[in-house]
Design a protein. Structure first.
Length: 198
């Protein structure tokens, strides 16, 4: 309890902090693929609470999705892991209903794992004087991690919401949360972030 109170005291200013939600879209959140350690339902619930808290405080909310015009704008590197061609069902890139109608949210469409490259995310943040981003979404080890590394290189302070993200396996999630995120930001729970946003 003391640790929570101590962390609450640090706080984040709503006018200097943005919530960036990674890939909570129908084709990813409803894919039926294995997810761990948090369920999709848990991630959606916690991310939705954050979206509501940030919106109520007047903080900047960014909803990021991955999409393609025709498949030709996606990356296709030569890899050791066999990757099956992705079949995009109708509406796969639509945001999940729980966050889709967030008022005044800025939406970003990316063509790769990270949310900075080839988008206006950095421009939108800098023009608002934002220096801190709170990250959540799916997947911890892909979209969230890549965006976090890009944000680090752009000089942003970062807060990673551990219970509002998840990965294909618990091992992937834990590795990033234990070995990468602590080097480039702070790891907090959705409750801690919601209570500490001022």
């Amino acid at each position: 309890m003391e640790a929570l109170k101590s962390r609450e005291a640090e706080g984040w200013s709503a006018d200097k902090t943005a919530l960036v939600v990674i890939d909570l879209q129908k084709g990813i959140a409803s894919s039926g693929r294995p997810i761990a350690p948090h369920t999709v339902e848990e991630v959606v619930q916690n991310a939705s609470k954050l979206v509501k808290a940030f919106t109520e405080k007047g903080a900047f909310v960014v909803l990021v999705r991955v999409s393609s015009l025709d498949g030709k704008d996606m990356l296709t590197p030569k890899t050791d892991m066999k990757m099956n061609p992705t079949q995009y069902a109708a509406g796969w890139d639509e945001f999940i209903p729980e966050i889709a109608d967030t008022p005044n949210a800025h939406t970003i469409t990316k063509r790769q794992w990270g949310a900075f490259y080839g988008t206006d995310l950095d421009l939108q943040l800098r023009r608002r004087g934002i220096d801190t981003i709170v990250l959540c979404g799916i997947s911890t080890s892909i979209g969230v991690d890549t965006t976090a590394r890009e944000a680090y290189q752009h000089g942003y302070h970062q807060v990673f919401v551990e219970d509002a993200m998840t990965a294909s396996t618990e091992e992937e999630h834990d590795y990033v949360c234990q070995h990468i995120f602590p080097r480039i930001g702070q790891i907090r729970s959705s409750e801690e972030v919601a209570l500490s946003l001022r």
